[in-house]
Design a protein around this ligand. Structure first.
Ligand SMILES: CC(C)(COP(=O)(O)OP(=O)(O)OC[C@H]1O[C@@H](n2cnc3c(N)ncnc32)[C@H](O)[C@@H]1OP(=O)(O)O)[C@@H](O)C(=O)NCCC(=O)NCCS
Length: 331
């Protein structure tokens, strides 16, 4: 799916909030559980540490503070939201949806609320859906949360996945704006490659060995990721009639610094325009892009008028890009 945002209302992000767990897990700590080292993890992934929830915490414990901060940033309350999407593969439970639970906690009594499953691309799918509903006038104001607690579904005996992921969540408020924020989206999926990153035994299909842990073919996912980050971004830039040189802030999914470097080089984005925080958080799945947006805002790179290119990719296999002009004034 690809399209430039030319037909509906002008829509933008008016609030942003994030939340990560307090607990920092270093590479050395993981090396006590599996045969790995800080040196290997740093060299092959660029990840120094990640955050992980406690046994008692669930996704909504991160999503709720992130959502509250996003609402406060937009100067609105839960009751002002009529659409609430939670993009995640680690909801509190299969049902009720974390979206519905969050709606109740926020007092969003008029909101349609649901969860969306698109792997690490979930946040990109979520903002595209919200954009569409707001631009068409169906929703007046949406809250989109992207977040995951992948530590809950990692195999602590599998070094090839354990070292990559972390927990975190981010939220944005999306509503009509005086000037165009969102300029276009490109989204895609390739279920044929799905078994390269999957969670067999987590649904209604019976498997012989359903241990309910993430399984991954790292090399295949690496190849896929480097390909789609470039293809999706280039297709969207062309669709919107924008050159890569015009992009002020590039926010790729934070999976591995080598994947980011590859995409950055191929696209031709100067490194000072690329947001990287995978060193501190690892791959937080749907939390990755909003966490990176928050970092870019905190370090002063995300300013009103900045042209922002975001691309996510992940399980499904899925991918998705959004191009937007940042319209929000600094707090
Ligand atoms: C997983 C990944 C870091 C592996 O890096 P790589 O350079 O491709 O490494 P390889 O898979 O070629 O493995 C090289 C060796 O390191 C080993 N290895 C794998 N994980 C290791 C770890 N944590 N510590 C030490 N050694 C490890 C492998 O077993 C392999 O050993 P072998 O040569 O004896 O078989 C990389 O493939 C990757 O990032 N893939 C994408 C994953 C991803 O981003 N998934 C989420 C997408 S949303």
């Amino acid at each position: 799916m690809i399209g430039a945002a030319r037909n509906g209302l002008a829509v933008s992000i008016t609030g942003l909030g994030v939340c990560v767990p307090d607990r920092v897990v270093t590479n050395d700590e993981l090396a006590q559980h599996v045969d790995t080292s800080d040196e290997w993890i740093m060299e092959r992934t660029g990840i120094r540490e990640r955050r992980m929830v406690t046994r008692e915490q669930a996704l909504s414990d991160l999503a709720l503070p992130a959502a509250r901060d996003a609402l406060a940033d937009a100067g609105v309350e839960g009751k002002d939201i009529d659409l609430l999407i939670v993009a995640t593969v680690t909801p509190d439970m299969a049902f009720p949806s974390t979206g519905a639970l969050l709606g109740a906690a926020l007092g969003a009594v008029d909101a349609a609320a649901y969860d969306l499953s698109a792997g690490c691309t979930g946040f990109m799918y979520g903002i595209a859906q919200a954009y569409g509903m707001v631009a068409a006038g169906l929703s007046k104001r949406a809250l989109v949360v992207g977040g995951d607690v992948l530590s809950k579904i990692l195999d602590w005996e599998d070094r090839s996945t354990l070292v990559l992921f972390g927990d975190g969540a981010g939220a944005v408020v999306i509503e009509p704006a005086p000037q165009e924020g969102f300029l276009g989206f490109e989204l895609g999926a390739d279920g044929a490659g799905g078994a390269n990153l999957w969670l067999p035994g987590s649904g209604s299909r019976v498997f012989d060995d359903p241990d309910k842990y993430v399984k991954m073919n790292g090399r295949e996912v690496f190849r896929f990721a480097t390909r789609v980050l470039v293809q999706s971004a280039e297709a969207l830039l062309e669709q919107c009639g924008v050159s890569i040189d015009d992009v002020d802030v590039y926010v790729p999914h934070q999976a591995n610094v080598r994947i980011i470097d590859h995409a950055t080089k191929k696209l031709g984005v100067p490194s000072e325009r690329v947001v990287v925080n995978v060193d501190r958080y690892g791959n937080t799945s749907s939390g990755s892009i909003p966490l990176a947006l928050a970092d870019a805002r905190a370090d002063g790179r995300l300013r009103p008028g900045s042209l922002v290119l975001m691309t996510g990719m992940g399980a499904g296999l899925t991918w998705g890009s959004a191009l937007m002009r940042w319209t929000k004034e600094a707090a």
